[in-house]
Design a protein around this ligand. Sequence first.
Ligand code: ADP
Length: 248
Amino acid sequence: PTLTPTLLYLDDITVSFDGFRALNSLSLSIDEAEMRAIIGPNGAGKTTMMDVITGKTRPNQGTALFAGTHDLTALDEAAIAQLGIGRKFQTPTVFEMHSVEDNILLSLKADRKSFPTLFSRRTPLEKERIDALLERIRLKDHRKRKASELSHGQKQWLEIGMLLAQEPRVLLVDEPAAGMTDQETADTADLLREIAKTRSVIVVEHDMVFVKDLGVKVTCLHEGSVLAEGSLDQVSADERVIEVYLGR
Ligand code: ADP
């Protein structure tokens, strides 16, 4: 239990690669059940920030606290995932040869001690959770189809469903709408907004139309630190932000 609504607190985080600072005294905090969009030009440090949060990269300096108590800089990736930090990369990694619902079932069972298997019986609770997740990710009518038959957008949603099955407290997503049709993009924004009612979501995104559609607070990174923060309108009117985007 934490006294503040802050779920993720980064302070003065520096990551150096051979003396080059991919993150340079980065400070940022995300509240419980907040969705935040992270923007910034290529090389700004967005990926490195996600790597620090998930334990893939250890910072040279700084504080990274989760839920007020867990020091992320002292934990490995598996321990951090166990805390409830889920990450979705751009390319969906679903089990292509399994059905949509079996993909969800495998994720539900994956947090158990035993090796997950499709041959064990589904409990009524699992059935209920699968139904709710399929409804949420808009794949209820496709539950029996092989994942390989889904569209690119549907595969992205399936992977989000698989992550949600693990009940993360924060979901990190990298360009979730890349390669999607306009309709899928709009549906993805809706889906993320629904998720953010109960969990925190951090979205790294290049597509400003999509960021506008999300309608959330935006943080613009540049050269490894926060350049500007606020609504998309505020951030995109900021002269320093205009300069770093136009300067490329
Ligand atoms: P973004 O995701 O915003 O495009 P990154 O976090 O990928 O930015 O990269 C930030 C900077 O750090 C870039 O200049 C990149 O070249 C550098 N960088 C990232 N990872 C490494 C690494 N493993 N070794 C050396 N430099 C790296």
